[in-house]
Design a binder for this molecule. Structure first.
Ligand SMILES: *[C@@H]1O[C@H](CO)[C@@H](O)[C@H](O)[C@H]1NC(C)=O
Ligand SMILES: *[C@@H]1O[C@H](CO)[C@@H](O)[C@H](O)[C@H]1NC(C)=O
Ligand SMILES: *[C@@H]1O[C@H](CO)[C@@H](O)[C@H](O)[C@H]1NC(C)=O
Ligand SMILES: *[C@@H]1O[C@H](CO)[C@@H](O)[C@H](O)[C@H]1NC(C)=O
Ligand SMILES: *[C@@H]1O[C@H](CO)[C@@H](O)[C@H](O)[C@H]1NC(C)=O
Ligand SMILES: *[C@@H]1O[C@H](CO)[C@@H](O)[C@H](O)[C@H]1NC(C)=O
Ligand SMILES: *[C@@H]1O[C@H](CO)[C@@H](O)[C@H](O)[C@H]1NC(C)=O
Ligand SMILES: *[C@@H]1O[C@H](CO)[C@@H](O)[C@H](O)[C@H]1NC(C)=O
Ligand SMILES: *[C@@H]1O[C@H](CO)[C@@H](O)[C@H](O)[C@H]1NC(C)=O
Ligand SMILES: *[C@@H]1O[C@H](CO)[C@@H](O)[C@H](O)[C@H]1NC(C)=O
Ligand SMILES: *[C@@H]1O[C@H](CO)[C@@H](O)[C@H](O)[C@H]1NC(C)=O
Ligand SMILES: *[C@@H]1O[C@H](CO)[C@@H](O)[C@H](O)[C@H]1NC(C)=O
Length: 840
């Protein structure tokens, strides 16, 4: 008995060890002609360093576990490690010999722990890490330290002689002691969680003077007082990131004295303006003076970001005057509040652009300056005003121009793009200004991305002039495109739009979401051969535009937040095909899907298709109004929709049981009739949706029962055809044999502008009538039901099925009173309805 247990227990232990090692993914790669063996143990719930990993691993990722402390000799058996990540744990204690054996380690990541910088690190602990190059211990001080002077562990860090990259947090009043002199190879320092209050001239004095990159970002808890000589210890720096630190642009610019006449690659001074600035010395609304620019002016800077600094104006020869304008490659003025006024401002801008021969990016977006006020009219300029004064030539080197979201209603400014320009990206979305971007002939040939969100008129007029033949991405969201898309007959804007789409032969991505479009004009096509990403989301589509299925390259189709009740069969087949060929991402969430008998195919398809969908549990509405998900509908199909199949079930069972030929025959006819009716209804629905933008064969299609034929012959036809000169379609006269009745009827309705139901006693009880009314009721949400007119003749409303009362508000109803002698008024009414949109 005892023996037994004793044998089992070691077995269990071994098993546990095995489980641990299996938990980590061990992979071998070739990296720069070296073999690296990676142990991926991230997010496995470890609370201590796993012991049983292969001894020759070179990379160990233990991030996202539950480690609280690292004990002595934890890594002694992994002496080949050169990358070790302990990020995102709960580390707060590291024992002195924890890193024993890691003499080859180059990268150590302990970010996002709770290691106290001031106490945890000792020289003994870091001593084994002789070859460490990259130490990441940022995000370890979650709250503002309360101590007055925060001494960084300089003696401990001093042993890291090879360190090049250091990332850590910044205390309010930091002291970097003499030990930092030991980090002679330090190239890049990043401060991440930043509580900085004081940056003194001596703060960085013990850092290596070879430093190349300093990131001191998001120090926005307090105003950071910076002394002008704080950067003097870094004479060779080429990348300075101060973005979102509340040190004020004036403070940052004043620190640049060590770099007079030198070259700096990146100067990121974005968002140094904070609401706490409210004094004369540090004003919230800033006017740039030439004194502030005295250092920056002399620097050869490649990337200059002055976004979001509350700049409202600039003095003469300040913001736009650089000794070496030709150095500038990327310039960001985004989110300030200054404009280029007539006269000096414009002249300086023109001369600036003339000299910036290497400029690739110019971002002057999100600039609110002046709203349009009615009483102010800038169009009547002074005597010497001439349009050419406000013509600004942009440099040919410019590749990206962002002038979106500008509100500046004063003078017109014309930004002129010349032939041979390198412009590839143009964003002129939203905003309200008299600024215009004009292109010389063939100057648009290189444009690949066009962002036109928020507008349509003005842009469209330009489009005739230019030739965006190489555009690959067109974003035209939120631009009220429905204004002309829905117009019938097509107006000039629609023609321009269609012409534009035709021009964009290489278009790959088109986004026209948020435009309230519910129908695409018939001649808008998407089969240009390259289009693979289309977004029609946040519109009002009630059916998927049929043009889409003519495209063979679609990889992403976004139709979420529309009013689709279903996805039709043709689209589903197409989607499966697209997915088979090159994968398809199909977004459909937020539509008005219906879970009813008509839609069972769709519900099944959603669960069974291999197309990548945004979800498989779209909301859908049951006939009784309850909302469930299509997944629930699929799972409970049997219970929810058993009614749908009753007839089929009866039929099948009757065939099986063989209760008699007559019965079977009847059922077959009955169920077929139902199928035909459904088919007819589907076509009918499509027709109503397609009515926009069509050339109709008939003005009116009349649906009626046999008892009204004399009336139609004697009154209706003479009135509409002979007197009003309308073309009407009457099934007994205009349908020919050979064709199936339902097909012919469907086709005729499709080609008719209006549909009139003549409601007579016989028609009322006919299957057709019941079916159609039921369907119309079903479709009350559709907008185009105004095309349906019901004339009730020889019958009162009383007997009409309850169904019709539901659609009351959506059809035009005429009661034909037989005993009334004067029908003129009724005819007039009808004429008005039928002819109204013919006239307009
Ligand atoms: C481990 O690696 C395999 C193969 O690369 C991968 O399929 C699996 O998802 C990985 N397991 C974890 C937990 O990352
Ligand atoms: C390292 O390996 C030795 C020999 O297999 C073993 O005794 C020791 O416990 C291991 N150390 C750790 C920390 O796993
Ligand atoms: C780890 O090593 C240090 C230094 O030798 C020693 O002071 C400490 O007690 C050791 N920790 C444990 C848990 O043995
Ligand atoms: C080692 O870490 C560095 C820095 O995190 C990373 O760039 C490098 O790709 C890592 N090497 C491997 C093999 O994971
Ligand atoms: C350290 O890990 C964090 C979290 O995974 C990551 O964001 C950071 O980039 C890593 N640092 C380095 C230097 O790779
Ligand atoms: C830098 O080192 C010197 C000694 O060389 C020391 O006097 C000074 O206090 C140190 N600076 C800081 C900020 O600790
Ligand atoms: C700055 O860099 C240059 C060359 O890159 C080098 O010659 C010079 O010694 C560096 N200056 C300092 C103070 O390190
Ligand atoms: C610095 O920020 C903290 C946290 O927002 C605040 O409590 C403190 O008063 C600020 N100190 C100064 C000097 O602004
Ligand atoms: C800028 O260049 C254009 C064309 O090259 C020239 O017509 C114009 O006079 C120049 N403007 C200034 C201010 O130098
Ligand atoms: C336009 O781009 C090409 C290719 O990058 C470059 O050779 C050319 O110099 C650029 N033109 C201008 C005016 O910068
Ligand atoms: C514009 O480009 C087309 C085709 O590249 C060329 O035929 C035409 O001559 C160019 N027009 C001008 C004014 O350069
Ligand atoms: C609608 O029908 C479903 C399924 O038959 C049922 O679960 C739900 O309670 C009904 N809702 C209402 C409001 O009657």
């Amino acid at each position: 008995m005892y023996n037994c247990i004793c044998q089992i227990v070691p077995g269990l232990f071994m098993l546990l060890n095995l489980v641990y090692t299996q938990d980590c993914n061990i992979t071998v790669h070739d990296h720069l002609s070296e073999q690296v063996k990676i142990a991926d143990c991230s997010k496995r719930g470890f609370s201590e360093v796993p012991h049983a990993l292969p001894r020759d691993i070179t990379v160990l990722d233990l991030s996202g576990n539950k480690l609280r402390h690292i004990s002595n000799y934890s890594f002694e058996n992994y002496s080949l490690l050169h990358n070790l990540s302990l990020a995102k744990n709960k580390l707060h204690i590291i024992e002195d010999h924890a890193f024993y054996g890691l003499s080859r380690l180059k990268v150590l990541n302990m970010s996002e722990n709770i290691l106290n910088l001031r106490y945890v690190y000792t020289p003994q602990m870091l001593l084994p890490l002789q070859n460490l190059i990259d130490l990441d211990i940022r995000r370890n001080i979650p709250n503002q330290p309360t101590v007055d002077l925060y001494h960084y562990p300089d003696q401990a860090f001093a042993v890291l002689k090879k360190l090049e990259f250091l990332a850590l947090d910044m205390a309010p009043n930091p002291i970097f002691g003499i030990g930092f002199q030991g980090l002679k190879n330090l190239k890049s320092v990043t401060f991440e969680f930043c509580f900085l209050k004081y940056l003194r001239g001596y703060t960085f004095e013990n850092f290596s003077s070879n430093l190349d990159e300093l990131k001191l970002t998001r120090c926005h808890l307090n105003f950071s007082e910076v002394e002008n000589n704080a950067l003097v210890p870094f004479p060779n720096i080429t990348k300075i990131h101060f973005e979102e630190s509340c040190m004020h642009l004036i403070g940052a610019l004043n620190m640049l004295s060590p770099y007079n006449g030198k070259t700096i690659e990146i100067l990121n001074f974005r968002g140094l303006n904070c609401p706490i600035f409210n004094s004369k010395e540090y004003p919230f609304a800033l006017t740039i003076t030439s004194d502030m620019m005295r250092h920056l002016k002399t620097i050869c800077v490649e990337v200059l970001d002055l976004s979001d600094n509350g700049i409202v104006d600039f003095d003469e020869n300040s913001l736009l005057l650089f000794d070496r304008t030709e150095c500038l490659k990327h310039l960001y003025f985004k989110g300030n509040r200054f404009a280029f006024a007539y006269g000096r401002h414009m002249d300086e801008l023109k001369s600036f652009f003339n000299k910036s021969v290497a400029l690739k990016t110019f971002d002057y977006s999100y600039i609110p300056v002046r709203f349009k006020l009615k009483e102010k009219d800038f169009y009547h300029q002074g005597q010497d005003y001439h349009v050419s004064n406000n013509l600004v030539y942009l440099p040919r080197s410019l590749e990206k121009l962002a002038m979106s979201n500008i509100i500046c209603e004063d003078i017109g400014r014309i930004f002129y793009i010349r032939q041979g320009s390198n412009l590839t990206y143009l964003d002129i979305s939203f905003g309200y200004s008299n600024n215009a971007v004009l292109f010389e002939v063939n100057a648009t040939n290189k444009v690949e991305t066009l962002v036109l969100d928020g507008h349509f008129h003005w842009t469209l007029h330009q489009i005739e002039l230019v030739n965006f033949i190489n555009v690959k991405t067109l974003l035209w969201r939120n631009a009220g495109l429905d204004e002309f898309m829905m117009r019938y007959p097509p107006d000039d804007n629609l023609k321009r739009f269609i012409a534009l789409l035709r021009k964009l032969r290489y278009l790959e991505r088109l986004d026209i979401s948020k435009n309230s479009i519910f129908n695409l004009p018939e001649n808008v096509f998407f089969n240009n051969g390259h289009l693979s990403e289309l977004s029609l989301s946040n519109n009002l589509f009630q059916s998927i535009p049929s043009q889409i299925t003519s495209n063979n390259n679609m990889k992403s189709l976004d139709l979420h937040n529309n009013l689709l009740p279903t996805v039709d069969h043709k689209t589903r087949v197409w989607a499966d095909l697209m997915n088979q060929q090159h994968g398809l991402y199909f977004l459909l969430d937020g539509n008005a899907f219906e879970c009813n008998c008509d839609n069972l195919d769709f519900i099944k398809w959603i669960q069974e298709t291999k197309v990548k969908l945004d979800t498989r549990s779209y909301k859908c509405t049951l006939l009784n109004g309850s909302v469930i998900t299509v997944l629930e509908a699929y799972e409970q199909m049997h219970d929810l929709f058993s009614g749908c199949r009753n007839s089929i079930w009866v039929m099948v069972s009757s065939i099986l049981i063989g209760t008699g030929c007559i019965m079977t025959l009847l059922l077959v006819i009955y169920s077929r009739r139902w199928n035909i009716a459904i088919l007819f209804y589907r076509i009918f629905r499509k027709i109503v949706e397609k009515k926009y933008g069509k050339n109709y064969t008939f003005d009116v299609f009349v649906s009626y029962g046999g008892d009204s034929i004399p009336w139609i012959k004697n009154y209706f036809i003479p009135k509409l055809e002979d007197e009003w000169k309308l073309k009407i379609c009457i099934k007994d006269r205009d349908f020919y044999g050979g064709h199936s009745f339902y097909d012919a009827e469907a086709e005729s309705i499709e080609n008719s502008r209006h549909v009139i139901f003549l409601l007579t006693p016989i028609f009322k009880v006919s299957q057709e009538c019941l079916f159609e009314i039921d369907r119309v009721k079903h479709e009350i949400s559709m907008r185009n039901l105004e095309n349906i007119i019901v004339i009730s003749k020889d019958t009162t409303l009383k007997g009409i099925t309850e169904g019709l009362t539901h659609i009351w508000n959506y059809v035009l109803f005429i009661q034909w009173l037989e005993d009334c002698n004067d029908h003129d008024f009724t005819w007039q009414k009808l004429r008005k309805w039928i002819c109204n949109d013919l006239i307009s």
